[in-house]
Design a protein around this ligand. Structure first.
Ligand code: FAD
Ligand code: NAG
Length: 538
């Protein structure tokens, strides 16, 4: 057990959603946060700029969230009911601004301030203190902090730099990474190849297909493509991300749960016939959310191709030997890798094989004192905001010694075990992927805020049904324990109303029910049946 020390001053690097959650978590624990943000505003990735800036995430003008508002809010700050279910980036940015103002977080942020160095103080083994060097418009400053929360984002550094492809130097057209892509204007009448079938790649391919003469979309390993609009029009995540489903998935034998997963993923259309099917079908890699891609493919404006082997002056040669001539543009939507250029000793975060090795995906396990946390470095079907919120609440309580840590060797074992599981479920290249509810509950139970479902069924059955069978919305993590929010119960009971409000914008006269029991039961019918069969025969 590592002895904890008095932590008071906390440095937070970055004022994106992770940074804002961290400021709030510090305040709730009586800590003194100072947040450094290199740009002139909050919101991080969601703070749109007309051109990509060095060292910052950059999005295209049309980005829309793929988590719905009820599943992606800060747990004690629901979205206004008239906001759409899935939000354009400007609308999300508006919400983030409202959140920061409501909780009065802005005064803790130093804008236009770049963190250039973070290093242990000489007496770190005793004090756990860090030296943080910042630069504000040429002015360098050095300060000492008791703890550091790293919230600098992981959609900044291109995974595969565009010029790393064979033959790229010969290519006469234009090429760039998706972070440089802002909008479709200059592609009118051109032929474009988008490399990579992730959310960005599909969005960009669809958007270009409105104006370009032809769009090709190249994918090496394929992906499941899902719609935001599910059964009867309900947001996908409100139907899919729930506790009961997670329980079933983990209780069923792998073969059955794999089969169910494939069924679920291919409900919308036959992925094989659309050339999108993943090479490894049962890998729980994050699906792509795109409501238009299948229609563009069926109309021929987007043509799906295999991976690129090499480029020539004007063409791309694909892995199947086919050649696409006359390309004007190539956009590499090949994702991101992470880096922490301000860490003097990067091995603190990446202590093995250059991969991030963090206890509970948050804490560097080998520090003499647990006074550093990385917030927001996970990816899951669930949304980033509630995840970062819970992570920062756990981290601040670790700083204060309220959440105890196991020994270093136990932490390393835990990391290894999780890595093994991740390999099995998500494959080699996706070390950030996590099972949302399992992960959230793991943190929640250490903090002491995990809802006690059996007890809830006895004391408040109406709420319990929503919590267990309904969407696992963020409010669930503010129902009890430290940080309890009195509005959480009501927010859960009215979550479907706010969802409906967003689309019922024309008055129609028909009876309405606020809980879509039928849609919900239909989705669960198959797993239920199989579970029943399983329980009877095994
Ligand atoms: C196209 C796209 C769509 C997405 N859609 C969704 C979605 O629908 N739902 C969802 O949940 N997630 C989505 N994500 C994931 C997204 O990463 C999270 O939603 C979230 O914005 C991450 O926030 P963050 O605060 O961790 O990082 P960021 O938003 O990247 O913020 C990091 C901040 O740190 C600052 N910073 C970095 N380094 C320094 C330094 N050295 N000194 C000072 N400041 C620094 C940056 O300026 C920035 O403001 C999407 C990502 C992308 C790329
Ligand atoms: C997909 O293609 C196969 C032939 O390869 C065909 O039998 C099947 O009906 C197709 N499915 C759909 C939904 O079009």
């Amino acid at each position: 057990m590592k002895e904890t020390i008095m932590v008071r001053k906390v440095a937070i690097i970055g004022a994106g959603v992770s940074g804002l959650a961290s400021i709030k978590a510090c305040l709730e624990e009586g800590l003194e946060p100072t947040c450094f943000e290199r740009s002139n505003g909050i919101g991080g990735l969601w703070h749109f700029t007309d051109s990509a800036m060095d060292g910052r995430a950059s999005i295209y003008a049309s980005v829309c969230t793929n988590s719905c508002k009820e599943m992606m809010c800060f747990p004690d700050f629901p979205f206004p009911e008239d906001f759409p279910n899935y939000l354009h980036n400007t609308k999300l940015q508006e919400y983030i601004q409202m959140f920061a103002e409501h909780f009065d977080l802005l005064k803790y942020i130093k804008f236009k301030t770049l963190v250039i160095h973070v290093r242990k103080r000489l007496d770190f083994p005793i004090t756990g203190q860090w030296e943080v060097e910042t630069e504000t418009e040429g002015q360098v400053e050095l300060d000492v902090f008791d703890a550091v929360m790293v919230c600098s984002g992981h959609h900044v550094y291109p995974n595969i730099p565009a010029n790393n492809y064979p033959g790229m130097e010969k290519f006469k057209g234009k090429y760039f990474h998706s972070r440089e892509y802002k909008g479709p204007e200059k592609f009118r009448g051109k032929r474009a190849l988008v490399v990579g079938l992730g959310n960005s790649g599909s969005d960009i391919a669809v958007e270009l297909s409105n104006v370009a003469s032809q769009v090709y979309l190249s994918s090496r390993s394929g992906s499941w493509v899902m719609s935001r609009v599910w059964e009867n029009g309900y947001p996908w995540d409100m139907l899919i991300i729930n506790r009961f489903e997670t329980f079933l998935r983990n209780a069923l034998p792998t073969a059955i749960s794999d089969w169910l997963f494939e069924k679920q993923m291919s409900r919308w259309f036959d992925h094989e016939n659309f050339s999108l099917v993943p090479v490894n079908r049962t890998l729980r890699k994050e699906p792509v959310f795109n409501d238009e891609l299948p229609s563009r493919i069926t109309c021929g404006s987007v043509v799906v191709k295999p991976g690129v082997k090499e480029f020539t002056e004007s063409s791309a040669v694909f892995q199947d030997g086919t050649v696409q001539e006359g390309l004007d543009y190539v956009i590499f939507a090949t994702g991101y890798t992470f880096a922490y250029p301000f860490m003097d000793d990067e091995s603190i975060l990446m202590c093995r094989d250059n991969t991030v090795t963090l206890y509970k995906s948050i804490l560097p396990p080998r520090l003499e004192k647990p006074t550093m946390a990385v917030i927001g470095l996970v990816q899951s079907l669930g949304s980033a905001i509630p995840t970062a919120e819970l992570q920062s609440r756990w981290a601040t309580r670790v700083f204060k010694g309220l959440c105890k840590l196991p020994s270093e060797s136990h932490m390393m074992e835990d990391i290894d075990e999780k890595m093994g599981k991740k390999l099995k479920w998500y494959g080699q290249c996706d070390s950030l992927q996590t099972d949302y509810i399992v992960y959230m509950d793991e943190l929640a139970s250490v903090i002491g805020i995990k809802p006690n479902i059996p007890l809830l069924f006895l004391t408040d059955p109406r709420l319990a049904v929503q919590v267990y069978f309904g969407p696992c919305s963020p409010y669930q993590f503010r129902l009890t324990g430290p940080g309890k929010w009195d509005g959480a119960r009501n927010a859960i009971l009215t979550q479907w109303d706010r969802t409906l409000k967003a689309t019922r914008t024309r008055i129609v006269h028909s009876p309405q029910s606020s809980f879509p029991l039928c849609a919900f039961l239909r989705i669960l019918a198959l797993p239920l049946l199989i579970a029943a069969v399983f329980l009877v025969f095994v």
